[in-house]
Design a binder for this molecule. Sequence first.
Ligand code: BGC
Length: 771
Amino acid sequence: MSRFSLRAAIATVLVAVGAAAAGGVVAATRSSDEAALQPIRQPADRSIESRVNSLLSQMTVEEKLQQVQLLPDFLANETEVRKGLGSVLSETRPARIRELQRIAVEETRLKIPLLFAFDTIHGFRTIFPIPLGTGASFDPEMASEDARYGARESAAVGLKQTYAPMVDVSHEPRWGRISEAAGEDPYLNSVLAAARVKGTQGTDYSERDRLAASPKHLVAYGEPDAGRDYNTTDLSEQQLRNMYLPPFKAAIDAGADTAMCSFNAINGVPGCGNRYTMTEILKREWDFDGFIESDWTAVAEMRACPPVNPANVPECGHGVAADGPAAAALALSSGVDSEMTSTLIRDFGAQLLDEGRISMSRLNDAVRRILRVKFRAGLFENPYAPFTPEETEAQMLRPDAVAAARKAAGRSMVLLQNEGPVLPLDPSKNTAVIGPLADNQHDMLGPWWGRGADGDVVTVRAGIAQQSTGATTYAEGCKLSNLEVPAWNGDGCGPEADFSEAVAVAQAADQVVLALGETREMSGEANARSTLDLPGRQEELIQAIKATGKPFAVVLFSGRPLALENIVGDAPAILEAWFPGVQAGPAVADVVFGKVNPGGKLPASFPYRVGQVPIHYNRLPTGRPCNKQVKWNSQHRDIPSCDPLFVFGHGLSYTTFEVSNLQLSSSTVPRNGSLRASVDVANTGSRTGDEVVQVYLRDPVASISQPVRRLRGFERVTLDPGQRRTVTFTLNRSDFGFYDNRGRFVVEPGPIEVYAGNSSAADMKQSFTVR
Ligand code: BGC
């Protein structure tokens, strides 16, 4: 069953600065946390406001209720549009979009255009690396390029909104959707979220190659209990505000005018019934004047149980609303402006108004917000795509987009280890490309492949063959299964696997690239795993190749951090390539043969074993910190380390770097003041390469316990051998303050420690005092 037919079934039941100027000092990019302290949204455009009001004043209740309705492709028909449907999702056929839009703007009474939305998450047709991979690039420019090309291709078919960026900070590698955002850190997620919004919208999303961005999922969807998708989340006010809300704030400050509420309950209140997060925080505190769409049937899921429950599942809804009308009232009153797929607000709105259970002013507010975005998107002036349906195909996979996807994939790769060094390999030698993902197009696209097609992908085998002047040979080793349904009895590469051909191919070659990992179906929505190991017998395949004595490198494809304890001893070189997208093969070959020097860093910790999770660098301290020598402390007695196997921010290069000379511009700073932290970085090896300079803060004594480290600045710099640069970060109250449990941002006097280096284990330290 395809994703969309599966959904149809469910619906029926429910109804930088980058490389800085030569020789110079690099001024680091700032996160929008700074902006968190000042409302920066522009006052609404007066002429748009008066057009919105004039339209609203002409609308009947029925038209208003149909405007807040958002239907998927398979439910959005001509009849719905004639009744004044508000928005459509997942319809991407250009001719169909044009026809539905024609009906909306020519045949409806008020001629209000439809808003067409889609999940362009990491590309529409030109698929870029998964967002976790872009997170690993520590490169906002890459995130922005990905979003820009995704918007261009989406807009070409007539779309005007994307359900992206996904900005859910997650400490849960078991969760399949950790693949969709930038990992475990709120600062990195904030910087990349802002970059993606700007890449999607430009400075004006009415432009013909731009879309409105919709950060999601408000909020803390990334922290489901045990990593099981949709599961509940219980969190303190300070965690909500320090850890999970900052990327949303960054996206809103970057200009996002729409947002999506989440499936999960936060402290017992579902995201789409949560007045506190949607109305109090987003709309009031942050002055957000755009609209919030619900996630897919999330409004209906607030009921105790849908009326039709064929599977007889006893627990089948959040149970915060007795029935459909109650769920509709709760959603609208809490802040949902547009209901996706389920139709409760529309169906029961008139009755709820009569009964006084929702107010007309709130309904007007929801409609006003939707119309405002439609005006800002220029839909009243330009309701149609800028190309005819026949012209759209030529807008896909254009060379500039494909080149950007290749560059992004290369910049996302993280060299986890490189003993020997095995990498880079020599392209003039004979290379065996082995493994279930070696000649694979399908999985390289990762979860949320938009309208990407398997046939667009250049495989690892093909990429290696293109760049190698020696022979390229191939063996699959074993087969992983591409099942969308959970594989209770294994994910392939099972007992039937026979490695004899792979071993023979390795023996006949000079060197081996071993392409291993997960299938794309193992990540994404509703795809949690209970183990983080390489699926099936892939670890044994590594051992078999090791036994040949040939130099080999493991290239890993995954949508999450994996537990690599069992392979680090066997595989001398490991390159984490995530799901790299359409240019997987060329990008892997670029890195494996050294044309591109890897410079990515882990956006999430890689544990030894699944039993360590959640394990993240930005944890709170305890009274009995982990210490291998001491028995009575917070460690696992059967894991030989207090840390993950590979820490957040870790990543090697084919050259070496020295990060030194951390200097602060001042030893004290007033609460509202700022200071500069500068650090030198030098390429001490023999190749040009990239280093990500990272700055972390720690407040050692505060009224509430503070994380042992918090990333507060980073810069990816490219240096030639022998070259040295000074990178400077400005730190202010948004960096040394924090939200307390009453939701107040506080800056407390006392010392602050600053750490700098090239991973979260950075130990170069200076301190200053906040007065
Ligand atoms: C997902 C959202 C997505 C929506 C529309 C939901 O199942 O949770 O992230 O935007 O579907 O496709």
